[in-house]
Write a protein that binds this ligand. Structure first.
Ligand code: GTP
Ligand code: MG
Length: 283
């Protein structure tokens, strides 16, 4: 017998939340995606904004349930746009649970907002409690406001290194120009669908970074070094042998042929230069 209706696509309902310091652009990123517009005036989110846009019609102001198609699946996405201000902690903490995706945002011109990412993860972890599992959640990091290139203080490799070493997606975005926004959401939704189809576990391909924690930590340490001694990890006044030994160890760890961690090439060059500079002055 012929069925009267077309088989509906496998549908899926997912919950997504936004996280990050106040004023980094969380609401603007969501607005850019849902409403294709940008608001330059800052309107702090009070507590949580939740929304639905259905068939591109905005049902309620600031509401964002989006219907998207990923492969053969129809997905209904509920976006909860959280306030970044510490004052709203009590409101936010209710919303962490049952989340499949997190949009983690920082402002590339504001170091503090980048440094705060770890405490956002900690807040979520704490609220989920001992039985909560962050491995079942897809995280996408948005390095936002890339249009303000003059004030940029966190470069791409630094942000990418942080994200990828945690197995998170990373995108450079501007809610103002729209750069990166659609690509970010597409990849994000695709990963969430992969996760759901994989029984709620992050698929192996993006659950582990293609570089080691030691490599990531070393690159970060080199970035933060004040001088060549510190960069090579030797005491000031160390001997030629000590410098060369430290250099060889770092060179093996960070050589661009061996290490694919973001920023490894610059770190490697810095180490080569540090060694040259030190050896020049050691008799
Ligand atoms: P809370 O709701 O307080 O947590 O802040 P939020 O993260 O939602 O920030 P919001 O989206 O409201 O944006 C804060 C300010 O940054 C606004 O004045 C926006 O116009 C501006 N802004 C957001 N994204 C961008 C961007 O990509 N580029 C530029 N230049 N400004 C942006
Ligand atoms: Mg907001």
């Amino acid at each position: 017998m012929e069925s009267k209706r077309k088989e509906p696509a496998k549908s899926l309902r997912i919950k997504v939340i936004s996280m990050g310091n106040a004023e980094v652009g969380k609401s603007c990123i969501i607005k850019r995606y849902c409403e294709k517009r940008f608001v330059s005036k800052y309107l702090a989110t009070i507590g949580i904004d939740y929304g639905v846009t259905k068939a591109s019609r905005i049902i309620l102001k600031r509401l964002a349930t989006i219907e998207v198609q990923v492969r053969d699946r129809e997905i209904k996405v509920n976006i909860f746009d959280m306030a970044g201000h510490p004052f709203f902690f009590e409101v936010r903490n209710e919303f962490y649970k049952d989340t499949q995706g997190v949009i983690l945002v920082y402002d590339v011109g504001q170091k503090e907002s980048f440094d705060a990412l770890d405490s956002w993860l900690a807040e979520m972890k704490q609220e989920l409690g001992p039985h909560g599992n962050m491995d079942n959640v897809v995280f996408v990091v948005c390095a936002n406001k890339i249009d303000c290139s003059k004030h940029r203080c966190i470069d791409e490799s630094e942000g990418r290194l942080w994200a990828e070493s945690k197995g998170f997606l990373y995108f450079e975005t501007s809610a103002q120009t729209g750069e990166g926004i659609n690509e970010m959401f597409q990849t994000f939704y695709m990963s969430i669908v992969d996760l759901c189809e994989n029984g709620g576990k992050r698929p192996a391909t993006n659950s582990s970074a293609s570089f080691t924690k030691e490599q990531a930590d070393t690159i970060r340490r080199i970035r933060g070094s004040k001088d060549s001694w510190e960069m090579l990890g030797v005491r000031p006044g160390a001997s030629r042998e000590e410098v060369n030994k430290a250099y060889r160890k770092l060179a093996v760890l960070l050589h661009p042929d061996k290490c694919v961690a973001p920023g490894s090439e610059d770190a490697f060059k810095a180490v080569v230069n540090a060694r040259t500079a030190l050896l020049k002055n050691i008799k």
